[in-house]
Design a protein around this ligand. Structure first.
Ligand code: NAD
Length: 499
């Protein structure tokens, strides 16, 4: 029997969504769109489609608050205290936020509540950035020559009005990663969640709205690509911080030229895990890599290593254990504690992934299992059985393009140099892993892989260490001080002591 998410929706009293602009929620008489749950394709509610008009109102409010309001000029401690209220409310509301996140994108509830994408993790990220508010300092410089008695100092000032455009896979974490540094640095912000996932973001926005920030400092708009494009190209926006696909990132990059917007772009990946014969356990490594592609968000994570580059001597053992891991996958109601894996976010993305599975077969890769849809009681939702391809050549489409779904491609290698060449032969460079117990090799290979981050014997990102991509995987870094630099501008002041 199929399941329904309407009872959870009703228990959480989900209402239609509006826009938060200039310190108030506004009913929206313009167009609206449905938010559909990917596990069942049931309508959760409707949200305002802000479009260019809603974005313009929000950006103008943020502009006024930045140019004329107290926020950018406020003593750091006062700003930090206001942010502290948001952090406290996030912790208090973590259960509700976790449920809403599962009602957004179908991530199994136990993952939504207890992992690095949880509301508690989002609160920790907010806390991390709020902590920077009173530590954003500039520098002084030694006198350069005796020609003048000028003294120089630099100040870090907020970058201005920030437009934040979010992807759908980690709505709470992403909201924090963008809004918290913007506010901590004294910027004003307009945030737009993905059109697929507005519920948890709206609740987050309510919490920020209740914290008594000056009007216009924080604004929340909803909508799809048109709204995102209106925000990221608006002349009143000084900086865009974006997480999403490389294709959208490139559009934003092109549109940002007109007023020289500052950009942080966290984009897609095609990360490689290099598995050497001396990995501590082939079974555990295979289970872990197949697990990343088949459980949790079902491979819909930017940093997931979707290419397993495996030494020929352990290939059969790797494939066997990857197959064993997939037996543990359970689809179903995301609020059921037995469910291990998220649905695919949209019907369109299901067709895209199935197209990649066909291309893998047509180009000569060996489909070991999966790559089809389960049907039965799951037929109403967007589910795909995790696929494992063996005998993949790095030139095949499935090894080159970001699939963003439950598909793992296994590429054999013989020498270390060959493994590194395969890892780097990609237009992406977001993350990667090396599995070995040889410490020299571990660091040598990690240094040789061209990507923003590399994990040795495992991979995870933390909010206080930089994360980001090279090549088509993005611009800039999120995490710690590099983020503070990205949300501030340096101003140099010279002081003539002879005048
Ligand atoms: P997407 O690019 O389709 O959409 C992301 C956001 O951009 C949405 O809010 C969307 O409405 C908006 N948008 C769409 N067209 C736009 C345009 N022309 N101008 C401005 N905004 C526009 O991506 P998605 O499907 O939501 O997310 C999946 C992608 O995000 C994957 O490629 C994944 O790798 C990437 N991702 C990257 C990271 C990271 O940290 N590097 C994290 C999570 C996801």
């Amino acid at each position: 029997m199929s399941f329904s998410l309407i009872p959870v929706r009703d228990e959480l009293q989900v209402r239609p969504g509006n826009l938060f602009i200039d310190g108030a929620w506004h009913g929206w008489e313009g167009a609206r769109f449905d938010q559909i749950h990917p596990a069942t394709n049931e309508v959760m509610t409707t949200f305002a489609d802000a479009g260019a008009r809603g974005v313009d109102l929000a950006v103008k409010a943020a502009r006024r608050a930045f140019d004329e309001g107290p926020w950018p000029r406020m003593p750091a401690q006062d700003r930090k205290r206001m942010l502290q209220r948001i952090i406290d409310r996030l912790y208090e509301s973590e259960l509700e936020l976790a449920k809403l996140q599962t009602l957004d994108n179908g991530i199994p509830f136990h993952f939504s509540r207890n992992t690095r994408v949880s509301a508690k993790a989002a609160a920790d990220v907010f806390d991390h950035y709020a902590g920077w508010a009173d530590k954003i300092n500039g520098e002084t410089y030694p006198q350069f020559s005796s020609a003048s008695n000028m003294h120089y100092m630099s100040f870090r000032e907020p970058v201005g009005v920030v437009g934040a455009v979010l992807a759908w896979n980690a709505p709470l974490l992403m909201f924090s990663m963008k809004v918290a540094p913007a506010l901590a640095c004294g910027c004003t912000v307009v945030v737009k969640p993905s059109e697929y996932t507005n519920l948890a973001a709206r609740r987050f926005a309510e919490i920020v709205a209740e914290s008594d920030l000056p009007p216009g400092v924080f604004n929340f708009v909803t909508g799809g690509p048109e709204t995102g494009a209106a925000l990221s190209s608006h002349p009143g926006v000084d900086k865009v911080t974006f997480t999403g696909s490389a294709a959208t990132g490139e559009r934003i990059l092109m549109a940002s030229g007109a007023n020289m917007k500052r950009l942080s772009l966290e984009l897609g990946g095609k990360s490689a895990a290099l598995v050497f014969p001396d990995t501590r356990s082939v079974a555990t490594t295979a289970a872990s890599l197949m697990g990343l592609c088949s459980t949790f968000l079902s491979g819909q994570v930017c940093s997931t290593p979707s290419r397993a580059v495996v030494h020929v001597s352990i290939l059969d053992e790797f494939l066997y254990h990857a197959g064993e891991q997939v037996r543990k996958v359970r689809f179903g109601n995301p609020f059921d504690p037995e469910t291990t894996s998220a649905p695919i976010i949209s019907k369109r993305q299901v067709s895209r992934i199935l197209g990649y599975v066909e291309s893998g077969k047509a180009e000569g890769a060996r489909l070991m299992f999966g790559g089809d849809t389960p049907g039965g009681e799951l037929a109403n939702g967007n589910w795909i059985n995790a696929a494992l391809f063996a005998g993949v050549d790095n030139g095949m489409t499935i090894a080159r393009e970001e699939i963003f779904g439950p598909v793992l491609s296994v590429i054999p290698f013989e020498t270390e140099e060959q493994a590194i060449r395969i890892a780097n032969d990609s237009e992406y460079g977001l993350a990667g892993c090396v599995y070995t117990t040889d410490v020299s090799r571990a660091l040598r290979v990690a240094r040789a892989v061209r990507s923003g981050s590399v994990g040795i014997n495992g991979y995870a990102s933390i909010p206080n260490a930089p994360m980001g991509g090279v090549k088509r995987s993005g611009l800039g870094r999120e995490g710690g001080w590099p983020t503070i630099e990205a949300f501030t501008e340096l101003k140099t002041i010279s002081f003539n002591l002879d005048a």
